[in-house]
Design a protein around this ligand. Structure first.
Ligand SMILES: [Zn+2]
Length: 326
């Protein structure tokens, strides 16, 4: 019983409302007086969900994110907080689910950053996913569903979360800045769908990003000097500058992955760099997703106050070493 639709996979980039939606979904399941499947918003259970204090809503998230949200202190942890969901957390969850719900009839688990679980952790989680205790609803939140094992993906109902409405942002950018539609789309994509940031990106910044991507594509493990020089350039604009460029690099490799998987040219944002995209796509989709993920990680590290230049160097080294790895 309860095997149908007990597990959900909300997949899409950060900042497009995956967790907000998941919490609303949890509220509708835990609400004491739901109306046509919607949470009432007023009962004690609803209020507790809103305050993040409902004992039957379990939110499992990587330690680093818990630290960011002030739910965990570094001192308490006594070591560097992990950016990934750890196998120990998966096992703790299994233990908690073995007990009956505390207040509600069911229990909801949000697995934030589910795609950060390594393979052993995913395999451990698979046990819970295959035979969840009755009344357990699991919601996996992932940026890249592809990082999850097929056995996990196939057991979840997948809900794709689209990025922010880029078309709308692009339209406004084209109007306000008087740039061609294609460039407006690129600006909107580079700004992650933020109109404010899309308005601020300059043409020089676009050209600079193109040169940096070209150099990045030429790096190899035989000589580290160009790599170090490139790291210096990417980090030259400080924390903000490095973050914007790493976003641009991530977007580029997302496009590469799309092309490598046989997607059409209309689907990519970096249409001004098609030859470069196509060349990069020859290395295949996994290589592109690896770089995509590493760029996103470097950006996250900088957000968490890593030294930009070191974070970028680490990213570039991973890129070139991945090339020589078997
Ligand atoms: Zn309610």
């Amino acid at each position: 019983m309860g095997r149908v639709h007990h597990a959900w996979l909300f997949a899409g980039p950060d900042g497009v409302g995956k967790e907000t939606t998941a919490r609303a979904f949890a509220q509708s399941l835990l609400c004491e007086t739901p109306l046509e499947g919607e949470a009432c918003g007023g009962c004690l259970a609803c209020q507790k969900v809103e305050r993040g204090a409902h004992p039957d809503l379990l939110v499992v998230l990587p330690e680093a994110r818990a630290v960011d949200r002030g739910l965990l202190s570094r001192e308490e942890l006594g070591r560097t907080p992990s950016r990934d969901l750890r196998i120990e957390q998966v096992r703790d969850l299994e233990g908690m689910l073995a007990l009956a719900p505390v207040e509600a009839k069911c229990r909801v688990v949000l697995l934030v950053g589910a795609d950060s679980m390594n393979v052993p952790a995913q395999n451990a989680f698979l046990k819970t996913l295959e035979e969840p205790p009755v009344g357990t609803h699991l919601v996996l939140l992932a940026e890249t569903a592809d990082a999850l094992l097929p056995t996990i993906r196939s057991r979840c109902v997948r809900v794709p979360f689209a990025p922010l409405p880029l078309d709308l942002v692009a339209e406004r950018v084209a109007e306000a800045r008087g740039v061609p539609e294609q460039q407006a789309r690129l600006l909107a994509a580079l700004a992650g769908g933020s109109l404010g940031r899309a308005m601020e990106l300059t043409t020089e910044a676009l050209e600079d990003r193109a040169r940096i991507l070209e150099e990045l594509e030429q790096l190899d493990a035989s000589d580290f000097r160009p790599l170090l020089a490139l790291a210096e350039r990417i980090a030259a604009g400080g924390r903000d500058g490095a973050e914007i460029l790493l976003d641009a690099i991530a977007l580029f490799y997302r496009d590469v992955a799309i092309l490598a998987e046989g997607g059409s040219e209309e689907m990519v944002a970096n249409r001004d760099l098609l030859p470069l995209l196509q060349r990069a796509a020859r290395r295949g989709c996994p290589a592109a997703l690896f770089r995509y993920r590493e760029a996103a990680r470097a950006r996250e590290a900088i957000e968490r106050h890593a030294v930009p230049r070191l974070a970028v160097e680490r990213f570039l080294i991973r890129c070139v070493l991945e090339e020589v790895a078997p």
